[in-house]
Design a protein around this ligand. Structure first.
Ligand SMILES: *Cc1c(COP(=O)(O)O)cnc(C)c1O
Length: 363
């Protein structure tokens, strides 16, 4: 063993040494349909105006620690109920870590729970914080197994339970009555985090129901709306609860450029909403086209991606890759996802390149 190997085994936790880093494939030269990005950018005049604002941003100063104007813009434009504030994160990934850090207790291992398959960061953040992750399998139709969830809640008493609404990678909205039963079952012993990363494409939300459930946290991001590059997530919950999470949030976690760009984009949120509407229409069109292909099953989606099942996802993904189209092969991720592929809905042009490529790949 070399010095560096010994150093690593003497210092880095074994569970960290054992895992692979979050892998992002090289996408240069590809049509990128693997990461649920919005393919549209702001119109050129708006980008020029934003450029001036970014040039004037005070990069020599720390950000405004209160983020008061940005938070006000989020509350005003994104449907946060009166009397509720938001907590900001460097992407919602950071919000997930903040909640895990705040709830990972010292006296016994606390539990993070989610229906599975789920967004991978729920389990990763739990692990890094020193919490146990308990996944409760979805039914084969990707609906919540209400009885199994309620039994798992009674057994494990999770401190945090994540429900992605709609879910990634399955794309569906869970039944709201099932969700309410779960939120109520957690009661005073657990927080229900409804992750609404895809809210612009779902147009269905728990944000307006915060007052009904004191243990409800609603988390969102600007990433899927068209600003993945700036990394800004936000969450709302009862003020007393947000106050606790605020203590764990690193000060200045949202940088000056992100603050400036987000405020500018929210002042022009109608443009982003139009892009989301175009993607919703394109989703319906692509879903119908794919459903007409022999051997392809298309699952209902309330997100900006489609989950489809093909006869052999490894083979189809390899052929799409050879045609320079990048999608996500979900076939090995979880039992209910066998031979499934997740594809981001994009512009009509990119969707038709994808459609032609998958048609050829299935032949
Ligand atoms: C993409 C995604 C996020 C991550 O959002 P960021 O704000 O970019 O960190 C969170 N939750 C789900 C379910 C997602 O699919």
């Amino acid at each position: 063993m070399s010095f560096i190997d010994n150093l690593i085994s003497n210092t880095i936790r074994s569970d960290v040494r054992a895992i692979d880093a979050y892998h992002v494939p090289d996408s240069s030269g590809f049509i990128k349909l693997d990461a649920m990005e919005n393919p549209y950018v702001l119109p050129a005049p708006l980008r020029a105006e934003l450029g001036k604002k970014l040039a004037d941003a005070m990069l020599n100063r720390y950000p405004d620690a209160s983020y008061a104007t940005l938070k006000a813009a989020i509350r005003a434009n994104l449907g946060v109920p009166a009397g509720y504030d938001v907590l900001l994160g460097n992407g919602s990934d950071e919000l997930i870590s903040i909640m895990a850090m705040a709830c990972a207790r010292q006296d016994r291992r606390a539990v993070v729970m989610a229906p599975t398959p789920a967004f991978v960061m729920f389990a990763r953040s739990a692990q890094f914080a020193g919490m146990d992750f308990v996944g409760v399998p979805l039914k084969a139709d990707f609906s919540l197994d209400r009885a199994a969830m309620l039994a798992a809640i009674a057994e494990h008493k999770p401190a945090l339970l994540f429900l992605a609404y709609p879910n990634n990678p399955t794309g569906n909205l869970y039944d709201a009555d099932d969700m309410v039963a779960i939120i109520e079952a957690l009661g005073e012993t657990g927080l229900a985090i409804v992750d609404e990363a895809y809210e612009p494409f779902a147009q269905s939300s728990f944000m307006g129901r915060l007052a009904e459930f004191p243990n409800l946290v609603v988390m969102r991001t600007l990433s899927k709306l068209g600003l993945a590059g700036i990394r800004l997530g936000y969450m709302s919950a009862a003020p007393a609860l947000l106050e606790q999470f605020e203590k764990v949030r690193p000060p200045y976690n949202v940088n000056v450029l992100t603050h400036t760009a987000a405020e500018f984009a929210l002042a022009h949120v109608a443009v982003l909403n139009e892009q989301a509407a175009a993607l919703r229409a394109a989703r319906a069109q692509l879903a119908a086209q794919l459903a007409a292909l022999a051997g392809v099953e298309v699952f209902p989606s309330a997100a900006n991606f489609l989950l489809i099942r093909v006869p052999n996802s490894d083979e189809v993904c390899a052929k799409l890759h050879a045609r320079k189209v990048l999608v996500k092969n979900m076939g090995k991720m979880h039992g209910v996802l066998s031979n499934c592929i997740r594809v981001t809905v994009s512009t009509p042009e990119e969707n038709s390149v994808f459609f032609d490529a998958i048609t050829a790949s299935l032949a």
